[in-house]
Design a protein around this ligand. Structure first.
Ligand SMILES: [Zn+2]
Ligand SMILES: [Zn+2]
Length: 156
């Protein structure tokens, strides 16, 4: 993706710009992501936290405690409710962008799936992606980053 790239909420009040390449993109099939997205799975696109610049509006924050007991700060538009990004306290240098809010989504290719054990039964996983049954371990997380960077270098 060409840096910077932009996104925003459904009603347009909150707009952001990202000034760094994504570290990776993956889909999460945990129950929290299913409920949060009101859909089958959530997508995560981690970027360096200081590369996320709010250019319009001020998102509201909501905090939840993850299964591991760590807090996740969730940012969303107070007007239309679109979830924009998460800041996990577990990893204070990254923000997890909800990439469906990007203005251009044609280049979004998830390299992996996490929490496949709670995925909806009609979803089939390919051997082309990294598929993890639960929360990725630090080693598995690095594999997601590595695979994303290999895929992008191959495209260029
Ligand atoms: Zn909005
Ligand atoms: Zn999840």
């Amino acid at each position: 993706m060409d840096v910077p790239y932009t996104g925003g909420c459904q009603c347009g009040q909150v707009r952001y710009e990202i000034r760094a390449e994504p570290l990776t993109i993956y889909a999460c099939h945990c129950k929290e992501c299913q409920r949060q997205s009101a859909s089958a799975f959530g997508m995560s696109m981690p970027v360096p936290r200081d590369a996320v610049i709010l250019i319009q509006g001020k998102p509201k924050q909501w905090r939840r405690t993850s299964d591991s007991g760590r807090e996740v700060v969730c940012f969303f538009c107070g007007e239309c409710g679109t979830r924009l990004f998460h800041q996990p306290t577990r990893n204070p240098v990254i923000a997890n962008i909800k990439p469906g809010t990007l203005d251009t989504t044609t280049e979004l290719r998830a390299v992996g799936h996490v929490w496949t054990r709670s995925s909806q039964p009609w979803i089939q996983f390919s051997d082309e992606t990294l598929n993890f049954e639960g929360q990725p371990t630090p080693e598995e997380y690095l594999q997601l980053i590595e695979k994303f960077s290999c895929q992008n270098n191959a495209d260029n």
